[in-house]
Design a binder for this molecule. Structure first.
Ligand code: PTT
Ligand code: SF4
Length: 610
């Protein structure tokens, strides 16, 4: 095999053993890599109903066939497991040197299984893998952990680690790398913590085999040059995703006070231009010339790397309008290894609960010290923090009353940063994303705003399906960053060319779309197998707030989503996907995608429509 190493590393922490597993070219052709491999392996190797925090769950780190080559923005890695937050399929995409080192060590992925008796970390040094004692690292925050591991194994190693949130099994703990890259929103850091695994580090010294190394080199050089020429490149380097703050405010989708509103009075002071005044450097993922991490200095906690989601969720959504303060909370979140999006939701939810007198805790919109104190209580599971550490859905059920109406999640995963009171397409995208409420699979909002905000037209359903295939399918399987394409217009037809030079496989865009459909349907099947008779179309609904509680401010004052029209869109979406009225893939759909065995297994749990 070329492009793919054809090898996975399997590490059994219970048995303290690591072994190499080869895989078939069929897996590569049918599932490509990254999310594709992750979904397939989790489907094949987990039993239905497995406890996500038990040794039986598996944690996967999977690269794609372009990772490790000098191709644009190719330093990303999928981290996946059954999610302890949602009970369904969970993954995230993290930029990390580990991807490059892992591939150079000869692996396309690592499967972590079992649970170590005491804290450990895994050290992969080319062909040799050791499971080492991490007793002295346990309890450390993630930045310190990285420094310690670098001191042991050298500055060039690639590494992923968890902080105290993962250790304390906070359900939305994520995994951190390079002091500011973080991924695995649906509790991938929690699964790591449940396995007593503090970190994974790797170093590899081999070349990843390519089918046509000369062509690959040429394409890489040309593509990187092409990116530099894109008209938006200079502005992107200045602001990265932070420009979205001003855009969201202008379009009334900036999450404000627990998604109650879409405009925030202090948006300007947390926006991209304000950030530029404070920025000290750019950081990024390996093999990327777009380096979008905006570093600003926070005098209390050290440098903080700002992205749109971090600032929207830890800023406007909790009423905090001073960028320096947002940065300080963001830096802490990275150091604790907790997802900023879910944290911003949990804090916003608690602030609203306190306002409604459902919660007795000293909190106020926009008060940094109180927000920090609550965040720390969540990370260390103290008092109400212990309840919120289980996720906003759980906390709302515990608080009772109408709290579930304004607990902002889909399937248990808290919403990322777009208010959808007047964005039915984006609401449907959240409703049908394969991990819960995340914009990863279909960020339709910018297209939707220009197409017609209030429309529930079929064109929106088509656009969502198209985006889910490209973003949630192709990019997640390749594990390359999608931002060159979305933000700068870097053309999609580069990718089949890269793939051909790397792997020798002649995969057309159409072939890639079929793979995407296979992967997305298998992810859906995973959810159905977990939820079985508990599955219903309500799982694909956005939070009730967007239907019931119209905006009270801004250009769309008085507007909210229409429940009936949303449901018609959802049914149309199902029909176009080849799913039945319950949102379950039809038998024929699975068979057409080469998944007849999946259909047979699903039949054990639910009735399938022909
Ligand atoms: C991603 C989610 C996002 S999406 C952001 S900011 W964004 C938040 N970042 C966090 C953070 O930082 N620290 C923290 N403690 N928690 C955080 N949670 C949030 O996680 C990220 C970039 C960004 S920045 C985006 S949109 C794109 N996402 C991609 C993707 O999903 N797939 C892909 N093929 N390419 C992508 N490119 C972009 O990558 P999750 P990163 Mg991320 C500090 O992790 O779980 O996928 O959730 O990994 O390396 O930081 O890059 O405005
Ligand atoms: Fe990483 Fe940003 Fe480059 Fe994407 S554009 S690879 S997120 S630095």
């Amino acid at each position: 095999m070329k492009g793919w190493n054809g090898q996975l590393l399997r590490v059994d922490l219970s048995k303290q053993k690591a072994g190499v597993q080869t895989y078939d070219v069929k897996l590569a052709r049918n599932f490509l890599g990254g999310r594709g491999f992750a979904v397939k392996l989790l489907w094949d190797e987990l039993r239905s109903g497995v406890d996500a925090l038990s040794p039986e769950n598996k944690l996967l780190f999977v690269a794609g066939p372009l990772s490790g080559f000098l191709l644009p923005s190719s330093g990303k890695l999928v981290v996946a497991a059954k999610s302890p937050l949602t009970g369904g399929y969970g993954d995230g995409n993290i930029g990390t040197v580990l991807t490059v080192q892992l591939r150079r060590a000869g692996y396309d992925g690592v499967i972590i299984e079992g649970r170590a008796k005491k804290p450990v970390y895994v050290w992969i040094n080319d062909g040799k893998t050791e499971i080492l004692d991490a007793g002295d690292l346990w309890g450390l925050r993630s930045f310190k952990t990285e420094k310690e591991i670098e001191a042991r194994h050298g500055k060039t190693v690639g590494m992923l680690s968890i902080g105290p949130a993962g250790e304390n099994l906070v359900k939305f703990a994520n995994i951190v790398s390079q002091q500011g890259r973080a991924g695995g929103r649906p509790g991938m850091g929690t699964v790591m913590g449940s396995k007593n695994l503090k970190a994974v580090a790797a170093k590899g010294t081999n070349e990843v085999p390519a089918a046509d190394p000369n062509a690959l080199k040429r394409f890489g050089t040309d593509a990187l040059r092409e990116i530099l020429k894109k008209p938006n490149y200079k502005f992107w380097k200045r602001q990265g995703t932070m420009a979205t703050i001003e855009w969201s405010q202008e379009n009334s989708v900036l999450p404000t006070n627990n998604f109650r509103e879409g405009v925030f009075d202090e948006a300007e002071s947390i926006g991209g231009f304000q950030m530029e005044k404070m920025k000290v450097s750019n950081r990024g993922c390996p093999n990327c010339n777009m380096t979008c991490g905006n570093v600003i200095k926070d005098s209390t906690n050290g440098p903080s790397e700002l992205d749109y989601e971090n600032v929207a969720m830890l800023g406007s959504n909790i009423g905090l309008g001073r960028l320096k303060e947002v940065a300080s909370l963001n830096r802490l979140a990275d150091d604790w290894g907790i997802d900023t999006i879910s944290l911003g939701n949990a804090i916003g939810f608690a602030m609203e609960a306190r306002e409604r007198k459902l919660l007795d805790y000293d909190l106020e919109w926009g008060d940094l010290d109180k927000a920090k104190a609550l965040a720390e209580d969540i990370v260390y599971r103290r008092g109400i923090g212990n309840t919120l550490a289980e996720g906003t859905k759980f906390a709302s059920e515990k608080l009772g009353g109408d709290a579930s109406d304004w607990a902002m999640h889909v399937k248990g995963l808290e919403l990322s940063g777009y208010d959808c009171h007047v964005a039915p397409g984006m609401a449907l995208s959240y409703g049908t994303c394969s991990i819960g409420a995340h914009h990863k699979d279909a960020w339709i909002i910018s297209w939707e705003v220009s197409f017609g905000r209030e429309s529930y037209a079929e064109a929106k359903v088509d656009k969502i399906i198209e985006l889910q295939r490209i973003r949630g399918g192709i990019f997640e399987c390749l594990t390359t960053c999608r931002l060159p394409w979305i933000e700068l217009g870097f053309e999609l037809d580069w990718y089949p060319k890269f793939l051909r030079a790397a792997t020798g496989e002649n995969l057309t865009m159409h072939d890639l779309i079929v793979i995407a459909d296979r992967v997305l349907n298998l992810a859906r099947a995973f959810w159905i197998r977990e939820y079985q008779k508990r599955w219903s179309t309500a799982m694909d609904n956005p939070p009730p707030r967007w239907f019931k509680g119209p905006l009270t401010r801004g250009p769309f004052k008085g507007k909210a989503l229409d429940r009936e029209k949303y449901h018609s869109m959802l049914q149309l979406y199902y029909a176009k996907k080849g799913w039945d009225k319950r949102g379950i893939p039809k038998q024929i759909t699975l068979e057409k995608l080469g998944l007849p065995d999946v259909a047979q297994e699903l039949l054990r749990y639910v009735r399938l429509t022909q």
